[in-house]
Design a protein around this ligand. Structure first.
Ligand code: HEM
Ligand code: HEM
Length: 191
């Protein structure tokens, strides 16, 4: 078994805010992807408007949280990975985390510009509307619809690999990688 322990034997975990931001992001991404599955099929009307704008609001919140996470990461860097991890595994972990951050930042921007190009409003949690600085553009709308779809399902695929990797660490490698991101659970013995 491989661990990332400090001198007292405690698992070095992600800081509390980092863990909170991670799991908030997970809940919000799951909800906004589920919403996206059926919002398009709804007939035009207030429900469709509400659901689209809830998707947009959650997406923007995810983007703000991703920015906060990156700032927080600079202040409080993640704990080191287990020493037993091979260089290629470390590179894959780093690359997949970077890719997820990029998608969490770029996907909402694509969504916003898509909404501008369709000239549909973006009403954030029913509180205020984000002004639209451009006029409707059918070609741009088509393009960004495709891009948003590809990036959205790309993120889902990446998350599936990410979850599989976390479970592999936990079940097969039996290390503390998953514990580093969990709320407060007794770490594995030994190490
Ligand atoms: C991380 C944030 C986001 C994720 C993961 C995400 C994901 C998705 C997914 C998976 C779809 C369905 C694509 C399809 O199969 O056609 C979708 C549709 C859509 N999203 Fe997002 N989205 C995010 C943020 C946003 C934001 C911030 C906006 C706008 C402000 C937005 C606007 C839309 C719109 C308008 C559609 C429907 C597009 C159409 O009519 O085909 N999204 N989104
Ligand atoms: C929408 C779903 C998810 C997204 C977008 C996501 C994103 C991320 C990102 C960006 C990081 C890097 C954090 C950093 O170092 O700053 C991370 C780390 C981590 N995630 Fe997720 N995650 C998701 C779901 C999950 C789930 C369901 C699990 C558990 C089964 C999980 C377990 C972990 C673990 C253990 C780490 C730490 C890895 C390490 O120490 O290198 N994630 N996640």
């Amino acid at each position: 078994m491989t661990t990332t322990r400090d001198d007292s034997g405690a698992v070095r975990r992600y800081s509390r805010p980092a863990r909170l931001f991670h799991w908030l992001t997970v809940v919000m991404v799951v909800v906004l992807v589920i919403i996206s599955l059926f919002m398009e099929a709804l007939p035009l009307g207030p429900e469709k408007f509400l659901l689209y704008n809830f998707h947009k609001s959650l997406g923007l919140t995810v983007m703000v949280i991703a920015l906060l996470r990156l700032v927080w990461r600079r202040i409080t860097p993640p704990p080191p990975l287990p020493v037993a991890m091979k260089p290629w595994e470390r590179s894959c972990a780093r690359a997949s985390h970077a890719m997820m951050y990029i998608l969490l930042l770029v996907q909402p921007v694509v969504g916003v510009v898509h909404s501008w190009a369709t000239d549909y409003p973006i009403v954030v949690y029913g509180l205020f509307a984000i002004p639209n600085p451009m006029s409707a553009d059918a070609a741009l709308k088509e393009l960004l619809e495709e891009v948003h779809e590809i990036l959205g399902w790309g993120l889902v695929a990446l998350v599936a690999v990410h979850v599989a990797a976390a479970l592999k660490h936990h079940i097969i490698d039996r290390d503390d990688v998953l514990h580093r991101m969990l709320p407060s659970i007794k770490p594995r013995d030994g190490g």
